[in-house]
Design a protein around this ligand. Structure first.
Ligand code: UN1
Length: 503
């Protein structure tokens, strides 16, 4: 079966109407073969604004539905995802180029956040706070926020939307989603599954979740529309520099999950077998196209010659190939632009004295598909392309002598998403996690930088944008907090001892 035929058959099985992927001006490609697999209609700015109005009308009803009942919709959606896991995971592989276990893993991440959100729907609680006034009670109430605009990237085409949507829905919000132009088909499939869950539940307002396949102009409507209360955007730091100030200007909320230039430190006491596996997955997994991909590695000089040659061997022997039928561990880059970005970074690294293993294009099927050998680059120091995130499988490796120097170098980049240390030394591990340690939103010990679970808050600092999605108390960003003070006495004492007697 051709990729195009299989795509149509999966979309149909997932409940997407045929005209949604056969008619329209937007072309959908698979990076696996580079071929066009579908055509879709592109939303207009006016259509996007109308979707926001519909979502706002739906919000006014949805916010009055008790939260555990809202959780029921998410529970049913989780059931749909369980039933559709194989098909949706396969579609992710076709559209984003992920190997099967990663395509399936992404859907598992969606199922996990649904489970989390269902539990959360009974735990949206505030504090009761001691008041200084007799006969008074002070408490916090968390209310639904409004319409949430979700803008997602190609590399996690369905999971990131689900983190936002599962939380937004139980919090009483409605969602308008602008997926990456590179991965609109999986978005249509998610929408179809959500609609199926909504139909099973029965009393869900129309327009509670909308997907808008289209270009940048559609995303801009979400950013600028006064009825979008929160925009959760995943993408490049460049995109965030545009989106952040626009949201700030109208005092809208932002969750920005931008670039990552994630680092790891391998210390003298590290379990090198474990580090090797973690580094290989972190740096080469998903063809280096995760926000959490390991991109910079600092290796202590005493273990460098025991670790780096083994790592090079892993790079030389890793299988690169068609993720749909070859069992390869590394699939394609998303497109030609990603390949060109990678080559440009490698050229700059070479000019700065880098010694490169791998990095060449690998012919797999058509010329329109971009497969590469992952590249390991031994750098004399951290400079040039090492300071930037290149969304491709490049791992820069640097030798260090002193822990404080490695820590300082680790933190000396713009991005602050994920980080890890490999050590059996308690002092090093704890220092890495301390206030003077890693400055990232995620800091790990003896595991890699990627592959976070949904139970923790996900996001980063500095140029990564500062937002948090997913687990822990990230839900608070999707609700508004009211502080309530109730006087049940017969007097009116003023706080801070102020007196204001009018007679
Ligand atoms: C992303 O790359 O945008 O931690 C998200 C991970 C995944 C999520 C990555 N759970 O690698």
């Amino acid at each position: 079966m051709s990729v195009k035929t299989e795509t149509a058959s999966l979309l149909s099985k997932l409940g997407v109407p045929k005209k949604a992927y056969t008619k329209g001006t937007m072309a959908a490609h698979s990076p696996v073969t580079g071929e066009q697999v579908a055509s879709l209609p592109a939303a207009t700015s006016a259509g996007a604004a109308a979707a926001v109005e519909r979502a706002d009308a739906a919000f006014r009803k949805w916010r009055m539905v008790p939260a555990p009942r809202r959780g029921e919709l998410v529970r049913l959606f989780g059931e749909e995802l369980r039933a559709a896991k194989a098909d949706l995971g396969r579609l992710v592989s076709i559209e984003a180029g992920k190997i099967p276990s990663e395509g399936q893993g992404e859907v598992q991440e969606m199922i996990d956040i649904c489970d989390f959100a269902v539990g959360l729907s009974r735990q949206l609680y505030g504090l009761t706070i001691a008041t200084e006034r007799p006969g008074h009670r002070m408490m916090e109430t968390w209310h639904p926020l409004g319409v949430v605009g979700v803008i997602t990237a190609f590399n996690f085409p369905v999971a990131v939307w689900s983190w936002n949507t599962a939380l937004a829905l139980v919090c009483g919000n409605t969602v308008v989603w602008k997926p990456s132009e590179k991965t609109s088909l999986t978005a249509l499939a998610c929408q179809a599954l959500l609609e199926k869950a909504a139909a099973r539940m029965g009393d869900v307002p129309d327009g509670i979740c909308t997907v808008l396949t289209g270009d940048r102009a559609v995303g801009e409507v979400l950013v600028d529309h006064p009825k979008v209360a929160l925009v959760s955007a995943t993408g490049s730091t460049r995109m965030g520099r545009d989106v952040g100030p626009r949201l700030a200007k109208r005092f809208a909320r932002a969750i920005l999950e931008l670039g990552g230039n994630n680092g790891g430190i391998v210390c003298p006491s590290a379990d090198l077998d474990m580090a090797l596996r973690a580094i290989a997955f972190g740096a080469m997994g998903t063809a280096g196209q995760r926000c959490t991909t390991l991109r910079r590695l600092f290796v202590h000089e005493s273990v460098y010659d025991r670790l780096v040659p083994r790592l090079k061997k892993a790079y030389e022997s890793v299988s690169v190939g068609n993720p749909l039928d070859s069992g390869a561990l590394v699939g394609p880059l998303i497109d030609a632009q990603a390949y060109e970005g990678m080559q440009k970074a490698l050229k700059a690294a070479k000019a700065a004295g880098g010694k490169i293993t791998g990095g060449a294009r690998v012919k797999v099927g058509s010329d329109k598909a971009y497969y590469v050998e992952p590249a390991l680059v031994e750098m004399p120091r951290q400079e040039g392309p090492v300071l930037e995130e290149t969304f491709a499988p490049i791992l820069y490796v640097m030798k260090y002598a002193d822990f404080d120097g490695a820590l300082a170098a680790h933190n000396a980049v713009g991005a602050g998403l994920s980080s890890s240390i490999f050590t059996l030394d308690l002092q090093e591990a704890e220092r890495f996690l301390s206030a003077e340690g890693s400055d990232c939103g995620i800091a790990n010990v003896n595991i890699g930088t990627s592959g976070a679970e949904i139970g923790g808050a996900f996001g980063g600092e500095k140029e990564t944008g500062g937002g948090r999605e997913s687990g822990s108390d990230a839900w608070k960003a999707y609700m508004r907090r009211a502080t309530n003070t109730i006087n049940y006495s017969k007097a009116l004492p003023l706080a801070q001892g102020v007196s204001f007697d009018i007679d």
